[in-house]
Ligand binder design. Structure first.
Ligand code: ZN
Length: 160
């Protein structure tokens, strides 16, 4: 079960109003979206790929001599997650922190968003973010994929 909180959004520039939800309490879970409207999925805190990614990221940033703050590490993890999760049915990547796409015009830019008042909090079963492609990769290919992500995020590191 996932506990969500309802928000009201207004897209930019057309001003369509629509509702979408964010995680009410995260406990380390992450909500991901593609560019498709209503594409929310959840990446669970206890997904074993999380520890695998963390150790790869630690190893790679260390070997590149990068010193990252906790905030930068968290951001890098979120960025890397898009490269690990299976893409959506239309091929777009899932990302943490992506705004919901407007269901009318598809815009990903929002004029504003506010929590429904009084707050509307509800439990639902969101689909899990999958990583079947990743699971099929050899360890060396996984390492390469994460290395490319680190290189994209922290320029100056040669790509593999
Ligand atoms: Zn719109």
């Amino acid at each position: 079960m996932t506990t969500l909180r309802l928000f009201e959004y207004r897209c930019w520039p057309q001003g369509h109003r629509f509702e979408a939800s964010v995680l009410a309490q995260t406990y380390g879970d992450l909500l991901v979206r593609s560019v498709r409207p209503r594409s929310e999925r959840v990446f669970r805190m206890d997904d074993p790929v999380r520890e695998e990614m963390k150790s790869l990221l630690t190893e790679l940033t260390r070997s590149e001599g990068l010193r990252l703050s906790n905030g930068e590490q968290r951001e890098l993890f979120r960025f890397a997650l898009s490269a690990v999760l299976d893409p959506d049915c239309n091929g777009s990547k899932f990302s943490v922190g992506r705004p919901p796409a407007c269901p009318v015009c598809g815009s990903l830019e929002m004029e504003d968003w506010v929590s429904a008042e009084p707050p509307i909090i509800f439990d639902t079963e969101l689909p899990l973010a999958t990583h079947d492609d990743w699971d099929e990769l050899e360890p060396s290919s996984r390492r390469e994929r994460i290395r490319d992500v680190v290189a994209q995020k922290h320029k100056g590191i040669p790509r593999s």
